[in-house]
Ligand binder design. Structure first.
Ligand SMILES: O=c1[nH]c(=O)c2[nH]c(=O)[nH]c2[nH]1
Length: 303
């Protein structure tokens, strides 16, 4: 029996980069959180303390800041691709790079009814995400969002479910449905030429709008069915998206019994429970596109 070093990678997690574009009096802002990870012949660093192949995580952080200036942040997908390509292409020992980026949205402040040139309020909505992998298997881009909180006050049912001795849940044909959606969509092959022209921001807005529309308009028989329709509609609209993975906590809203107070409650007052929650997860994909496990590998089997 021998003890061996398995999968490993290293990098700088969560470098917070704020890029201001100040060409003229009307500024623009992009606010991101960048995590880089490098893969390659880094066993000697673990086994012997030999740093000769190790580009410090501090340097990786500096590179993210320098690229924010030199390449700009047009979109987090473009920025992630630029960084990952740099680490693989310019740093000799590096065989693979994984760059994960979150983006926080800011909305221009309204001052006397006018959009202000250089003041914003942080938009409390979802966090946009991107995960880029560049390695010997090619280039992979996953766009996404997390914590998109959605609630509909009708148009949701849950009935006809399996019952056993432990079932107490009542059937319902009109309930509140709410979730905090996490979604990740994988783009099909990304070549260097095409990546420059991909309207990443537009696609992000489009995918989000489609998912919100499906959530709102489908007469839902279960959150599972809603997720299926969200994913299917995204793939129908965007032929270059190969698959989408959805994870949706079912944020339960329980009707409060107001009878002790002599009042009825026809779906007007709810207790919003924060836990436990149902957790519904699904991948919706094309059956004719190769799977790309490398695209999803985020860390050495770790978080
Ligand atoms: O949309 C739902 N799916 C379930 O699987 C489930 N289970 C449950 O108790 N409530 C719900 N709601």
């Amino acid at each position: 029996m021998a003890i061996i070093l398995g999968d490993n990678q290293y990098g700088k997690a969560e470098s917070r980069v704020v890029r201001i574009y100040r060409d003229g009096s009307r500024h623009e802002i992009r606010d991101i959180n960048v995590s880089t990870a490098l893969r390659g012949p880094f066993a000697p660093a673990h086994l012997e303390g030999d740093q000769s192949n190790v580009l410090p995580t501090d340097t990786q952080k500096n590179t993210a800041y320098a690229f924010a200036k030199s390449h700009g942040i047009e979109s987090i997908e473009q920025f992630g691709l630029a960084l990952a390509r740099h680490f693989v292409g310019a740093i000799e020992p590096v065989e693979g790079a994984r760059v994960e980026v979150e983006e926080y949205a800011w909305t221009r402040a309204l001052v006397d009814g006018q959009e202000h040139d250089h003041t914003w309020t942080r938009t409390g909505a979802e966090v946009r995400t991107a995960a880029v992998t560049v390695d010997s298997s090619g280039e992979h881009v996953i766009g996404g969002l997390k914590d998109l909180v959605l609630l509909k006050s009708t148009g949701s049912e849950f009935a006809g479910f399996l019952e056993d001795d432990f079932t107490t849940l009542q059937e319902t044909h009109d309930r509140v449905m709410a979730t905090s959606l996490n979604a990740k969509w994988r783009f099909g092959a990304v070549s260097e030429a095409s990546a420059a022209d991909v309207p990443w921001d537009e696609i992000y807005a489009g995918v989000k709008a489609i998912m919100v529309k499906q959530f709102a308009t489908l007469q839902s028989l279960a959150l599972q069915q809603t997720l299926w329709h969200m994913g299917k509609a995204v793939l129908e609209a965007y032929p270059f998206i190969a698959e989408i993975r959805l994870s949706a906590p079912n944020k339960h809203h329980f009707m409060v019994d107001l009878e002790p107070f002599g009042m009825d409650n026809p779906g007007e007052v709810f207790f919003a429970a924060d836990r436990p929650y149902g957790l519904i997860q699904a991948t919706i994909l094309r059956d004719d596109v190769p799977l790309a496990p490398e695209a999803w590998r985020s860390a050495a089997g770790l978080a």
